[in-house]
Design a binder for this molecule. Structure first.
Ligand SMILES: Cc1cc2nc3c(=O)[nH]c(=O)nc-3n(C[C@H](O)[C@H](O)[C@H](O)COP(=O)(O)OP(=O)(O)OC[C@H]3O[C@@H](n4cnc5c(N)ncnc54)[C@H](O)[C@@H]3O)c2cc1C
Length: 239
């Protein structure tokens, strides 16, 4: 049996993108310029366009932020994918536990991950654990994942179908997927799955999906810096 691999991080790669600030502009300008807006379709956004993007964001004119596309490749534990896929305004393709043997790669929280929850429902804060708690979490996760994967392998070796044998695998096992989103859907995702100072509507996401969201946001900021700036300046509310 291959040895289990334990990770405490997530992978996000930008696979392809057709997304830039100027995509917002021509879409918005058809409203007042009709066919003349076509002339601006290839023009790069400049400083004078900042005001229009900010206005659209502030007044929540959302549809001009939809004329773009970003495809990300993500590796994360299945419990993250379960939360991620609640975001319906996106397209997904995920590896299959029916069509391939799942690899023994598991998530284990490391010491960067706060362990103890305090506060009331919906408004939790998380603080670091004691060294004993970190040791316990690490040991229990490793033991239970190793045992589960050994059961999985024994069933596969006995001829049991992958879709049945996977019954024993925990949600901490990694999966992989492609997700394609436009900037409007991404802003909705970021507003809910990141926790930042100065947001109009603070959210309290699970840390592991926030790790994915932070990496996605970094790619997006590079692609659409003016849009990202307006998003932040207006309290990270999805338009
Ligand atoms: C901190 C946190 C805790 C959560 N806890 C739970 C929980 O305990 N249980 C649980 O079940 N879920 C939970 N969720 C998931 C949450 O309820 C949403 O399903 C998820 O955040 C996706 O958001 P969304 O619907 O805005 O995204 P998307 O599905 O991407 O939708 C984007 C936007 O499109 C519009 N839209 C999409 N579909 C419809 C529709 N059918 N009708 C009308 N408008 C639509 C809405 O304006 C929506 O905001 C939690 C989410 C967060 C961030």
């Amino acid at each position: 049996m291959s040895e289990p691999i334990f990770r405490s991080d997530v992978t996000v790669e930008l696979v392809r993108a057709a997304a830039q600030d100027s995509d917002v502009l021509f879409a918005a300008r058809v409203s007042t310029q009709g066919e003349q807006s076509l002339e601006g379709a290839d023009h790069e956004a400049g400083a004078r366009d900042k005001g229009l993007i900010n206005y659209l964001m502030r007044d929540r004119h959302g549809s001009p932020f939809e004329h773009n596309s970003m495809t990300f490749y993500v590796q994360a534990p299945i419990f993250v994918f379960r939360e991620f896929m609640r975001h319906r305004i996106a397209s997904y393709n995920e590896e299959s536990g029916r069509y391939r043997e799942l690899r023994p790669v598991f998530y284990v929280p490391n010491e960067d991950r706060n362990l103890v929850q305090i506060g009331k429902t919906g408004h939790y804060e998380f603080i670091p654990g004691t060294p004993e708690q970190y040791e316990l979490v690490d040991r229990e996760v490793r033991q239970s994942c190793t045992q589960a994967y050994e059961s999985y392998q024994r069933m596969l070796e006995a001829g049991v179908a992958r879709e049945v044998a996977r019954t024993v695998l925990p949600v901490t096992i990694y999966s992989s997927m492609y997700v394609t989103m436009n900037a409007r859907a991404l802003m909705n995702f970021l507003s809910l799955r990141t926790m930042r100072e100065g947001t109009h509507f603070p959210s309290f996401p699970q840390r592991e999906i926030e790790m994915v969201a932070e990496k996605m946001e970094q790619f997006w900021v590079d692609l659409m810096p003016m849009t990202a700036e307006a998003f932040n300046a207006n309290g990270r509310v999805a338009p």
